[in-house]
Write a protein that binds this ligand. Structure first.
Ligand code: SF4
Length: 74
């Protein structure tokens, strides 16, 4: 897993990043196979609602510490 602080959480439909744990290192950004990760300041307007969704959902989901196949390919 590329994240140095292991702040990814696995939901049924997507992974979530816990905003209180993320240190904005950007290591995950080029690793995402579907280009779906942005630093908060760079989130495109149409995806901004996901900032709140990540904050709400990450604490409710189990932590993921190993790289898996993308959900769209699983
Ligand atoms: S930017 Fe990505 S790799 Fe870095 S701490 Fe945040 S979630 Fe983890």
């Amino acid at each position: 897993m590329v994240c140095p602080v292991e702040c990814f959480y696995e939901g049924e439909m997507m992974l979530y990043i816990h905003p209180d744990e993320c240190i904005d290192c950007e290591a995950c950004v080029p690793e995402c196979p579907v280009d779906a990760i942005f630093l908060a300041d760079n989130v495109p307007e149409e995806w901004k609602e996901y900032i709140k969704i990540n904050a709400e959902m990450a604490p409710q989901c189990p932590k993921i510490t190993e790289k898996k196949k993308p959900l769209c390919e699983a």
